[in-house]
Design a protein around this ligand. Sequence first.
Ligand code: MLT
Length: 264
Amino acid sequence: MTTTDRSLALHTLRHGHGLPVLLVHGFPFDHRMWLDVAAALPNGATVLAVDLPGAGQSPHGAEHASIEAAADGVVAAARAAGVERAVVVGMSMGGYVALAAAERHPEFTVALGLVDTKSTADTDEARANRLRIADAVTSSATVDAVLGMPGALLGATSKVARPALTARLEEWIRSQRPDGVAWAQRAMAARPDRTEVLARFAGPVTVVVGEEDTLTPVEAAEHMVAAARGTSLVLVQSAGHMSAVEEPAAVANALGDLWATAKG
Ligand code: MLT
C-alpha cells in the first residue's frame, strides 16, 4: 500500500506489528533501494519506506531546499499514516534526514539506523560541487550529471562480482526527476554538522558501513560511533556505499537486531 495525497509517498513494504521500521533512501534514488533489505527484515516488523521530496512518487520539495524540511515531511507522512514512533533508518542522504528527525522529532525517533552515511557537514569544495550539479540538472532538464554515479557508489567487489547492479542503479537514477535531484543536492549542501545530535540521542543506534565504501568510509562511521552512547558498529564485507543493495541480508541482519533492541 502507498499513501500519497499531498504528503510524501510512504510505502508499506511489510505489514507486521509493534514498532515500525521507517527506511529513508539515499541520493539519487527512491524507496526501491530498500526492497531487498525490507524482504530480509524480521517477519514481525512493520516496514515502511518513504520517497524524499521530489524523488520517486513524492511531490516537489519546498521552495527552500533543506534536510530539515525533508525530515519534517518524513515524520508528517508517517504520522498521517498513524505511525507515532519508529526505528528511523537512513542510508547516506537518508542518514542526514534521520539525524535531523532525531534532532527535531525525538519523541518519534526511538532508535537510529545509520547506513553508509556521516554526521559531519560538507567541505566548501563538496558544497560547491553539489551546487554545480544542481545547476547542471536544472539547466539541462535531465539527470545526466548524476548518471555516472554508480561507479563511485558500488564497492570494488560488486563492480567485478555483481555486474548487474550497475545497470540496476542506472535505471533507478534515470527514473528520477531533475528538479528532485537539484533539490536534494541543495538540501544536502546546506546541512549542518549533526555529530552533537548523536551525542544527545537517548535511544539505541546502529551504524552500518560497507568496508569498501569510499564516499562515507569506515572512518566516518567510527566518528559517529565515538560520538554516540550505546552504539553498535557493523562492517559489511564485500560492499561499498550501496551496502543495502550489495549485501542486503547483512544490512537487514544488523537492522533487525536494532529493531529487536528498540522494541524491547
Ligand atoms: C547518497 O548516497 O545519498 C549520497 O552519496 C550522499 C551525499 O552525496 O552526500
